[in-house]
Design a protein around this ligand. Structure first.
Ligand SMILES: [Zn+2]
Length: 215
């Protein structure tokens, strides 16, 4: 019996050891209903280990889907909707045109052709930074450890983070700023200053993630 027990323990240890690897693909890609790997693979720098390249690639693929769906929604708008006004404030044709310009621009990007750098050693960078870009360095996203603790669905997602960063590029319709960060600040910005809300990356992210759902 000691032998059997040892085998059982070894068996469950093997199961436990193999669980994280398979779980990461599942939990890291909750939107991945087709089970297919992304069609292409981004370029990575210093992202080896802990499945980080795979997690980023799937997030990039999800960002592509999310960005297109959001662009289609914005394009269909002819007036205010709860979703629009919640994140971008008072509707005007001019501000709607700005939002459409940004989403149309980022929708032409191929996030699976971006370069992802898992280097986050910038002096003075706050610890809770998820990712960052230089607005003139199109297609290059620096990924911080916090990125891998982000959700895969709902609000504050990995895919949403990629969209947020994409809106910053000057090449994408002039680029956005970080006027505020955090859900409540974005909601307040939409009320107080819609001109800034349509120029704020966080508002684009929350609008795209649309959680909780608004029509
Ligand atoms: Zn930002």
């Amino acid at each position: 019996m000691p032998t059997l027990q040892a085998l059982l323990i070894l068996g469950s240890a093997l199961l436990a050891a193999s669980a994280p690897a398979s779980n990461i693909l599942t939990t890291g890609n909750a939107n991945d209903t087709d089970g297919l790997r992304p069609a292409s693979w981004p370029t990575f720098e210093q992202c080896e280990g802990d499945n980080r390249e795979t997690i980023i690639a799937y997030a990039a693929r999800d960002a592509q889907v999310l960005g297109k769906a959001t662009r289609d929604y914005v394009k269909s708008l002819t007036g205010p909707t709860p979703r629009y006004t919640t994140w971008f404030g008072n509707y005007t044709p001019e501000r709607h045109a700005t939002v459409l310009k940004i989403f149309t621009a980022i929708n032409t990007n191929d996030y699976l052709a971006y370069n992802y750098y898992c280097d986050c050693d910038v002096p003075g960078l706050p610890e809770d930074v998820v990712a960052y870009v230089y607005s003139w360095q199109y297609g290059m996203i620096h990924i911080c450890p916090e990125f891998f603790r982000r959700n895969t669905t709902g609000r504050n997602t990995q895919a949403g983070t990629i969209l947020h960063e994409a809106t910053h590029y000057v090449n994408n319709g002039g680029g956005t700023e970080d006027w505020v960060s955090g859900t409540n600040n974005s909601l307040q910005l939409a009320i107080d200053d819609p001109d800034k809300a349509v120029d704020c990356a966080a508002n684009y992210k929350y609008f795209a993630e649309n959680t909780p759902f608004l029509d």
